[in-house]
Design a protein around this ligand. Structure first.
Ligand code: ATP
Ligand code: MG
Length: 400
């Protein structure tokens, strides 16, 4: 019997409602695994004999996210629960989606279609664990083992290869030997996967507490050369020497570029089909790292880099340089900044034009403002119109 934590107590309502309507329902997958490991859980997934149509009649708030695969989201007290009907899958002939799914009314085959024994655990409303594939034993021994024959299961969906390594990075588990040898045989099949699925796994892998072990699997198993972007210049071995968990894809992109400057940030981002938001974040971080390598930590860095990226910046410096820049140091610098944007400067373009009425307007005005901005931020001059004007008179711009 397993002791329920708060998220499970809250989710009992869903299980009980489904049961009251005459169907079976269980907690399943990652949430049961993480409860047994005493890790904090992500989402609660529920597996049920009720079809999606039935679920829609049982609950008021149901979002049909993947009805054809049997998945709906049930909202309860502002929490989303993924509720999936017991199912078996036919082939993944495109390596991406099962060709078709068939709903069934027993949990056994539903658990058998799941990827690893530790993910094939279910739990009823009393906390009783259903463990048909020795998942609890593998949990205790820290092992990732496919449910059923490794070769068949990995060929069926080669994403499982990356999932195995991603879970090793998150949980600190080893990949069991038969599964490992199946990975060695099937690995070229990851080339056929949708890039977005690969990127999502890589992001989770890089965020895992045991990311170093994950990267070592990717390099030792020679999977890197089958992955988008990474296949061009294999950087993971070098990166694995100093890596620590990073939380965003933009950090990963920045790190890869820094490890192999021939791979530029845009190419990596495009190759992984990242959003523009991720690309822009990666550019920001990379600019900040460049600035830092030239100038070190100063007011300008705290000014240019948005506070939202301080944590990410700090994590990257720890990986790239022997000395880490602490987030608090940046926050402290920012607190003491005299201005927070160019608008706060006590001088503007019009003031400058008035100072030099005979000079032709041009980019020199902006350049001068940038110069003033820098002087003020670095504390080299007071942000006061008269003083700024004086400085300009003494250092007149050279206009070509
Ligand atoms: P996380 O903590 O990342 O959410 P998780 O184990 O819940 O981990 P999900 O990707 O959310 O992983 O999937 C939920 C469950 O669905 C898994 O535990 C597993 O049982 C099953 N599953 C997911 N993807 C696959 C797959 N590609 N092949 C087989 N089973 C899968
Ligand atoms: Mg999950």
């Amino acid at each position: 019997m397993c002791q329920f934590t708060k998220p499970f107590q809250d989710a009992l309502y869903i299980i009980e409602k489904i049961e009251q309507a005459g169907h079976q329902a269980y907690f399943v997958g990652g949430c049961v695994r993480d409860l047994l490991l005493k890790r904090s859980i992500g989402d609660i997934d529920i597996t049920t004999s009720a079809t999606p149509d039935k679920i829609q009649t049982i609950f008021d708030q149901v979002i049909p996210v993947g009805i054809e695969h049997g998945t709906v989201i049930v909202r309860h007290n502002k929490v989303s629960y993924e509720v999936t009907t017991f199912r078996v899958e036919s082939d993944y002939s495109d390596g991406r989606h099962p060709d078709s799914v068939q709903f069934i009314d027993k949990i056994d085959q539903d658990l058998a279609r799941r990827d690893f024994t530790v993910n094939a655990l279910a739990m009823d409303k009393y906390g009783k664990i259903i463990d048909l594939f020795h998942g609890q034993e593998d949990l205790q021994n820290g092992l990732l083992r496919t449910v059923g024959d490794g070769m068949d299961r990995l060929k069926e969906d080669p994403l499982r290869i990356l999932r195995a390594i991603r879970f090793s990075s998150q949980l600190g588990f080893k990949i069991e030997n038969d599964t490992l040898s199946a990975i060695r045989d099937v690995k070229p099949a990851v080339e056929g996967l949708a890039v977005e699925r690969i990127t999502a796994e890589l992001q989770k892998l890089f965020a895992g507490n045991y990311v170093k072990a994950g990267l070592i699997y990717l390099t030792d198993l020679r999977i890197e050369k089958h992955l988008p972007v990474l296949k061009d210049y294999q950087v993971l071995k070098k990166l694995s020497e100093t890596i620590r968990p990073v939380h965003t894809l933009s950090e990963v992109i920045c790190l890869i570029h820094r490890t192999e400057p021939k791979m530029d940030v845009r190419t990596i981002s495009k190759g992984w089909k990242c959003s523009n938001r991720v690309l822009n974040e990666a550019i920001q971080l990379n600019e900040a790292i460049t600035y830092y390598t030239i100038n070190g930590l100063n007011n300008m860095l705290a000014y240019k880099l948005l506070p939202d990226f301080y944590m990410a910046f700090s994590r990257i410096t720890e990986i790239l340089f022997s000395q880490k820049v602490k987030e608090e140091e940046l926050i402290k610098l920012r607190k003491n900044l005299v201005i927070l944007s160019k608008k706060d400067l006590d001088i503007d373009g019009n003031d400058i034009i008035k100072l030099f009425p005979d000079k032709k307007k041009g980019p020199w005005i902006q350049e001068l403002l940038i110069k003033m901005e820098e002087l003020v931020i670095q504390g080299n001059i007071e942000n006061k119109k008269t003083i700024l004007k004086d400085w300009i008179k003494w250092n007149p711009p050279v206009v070509k």
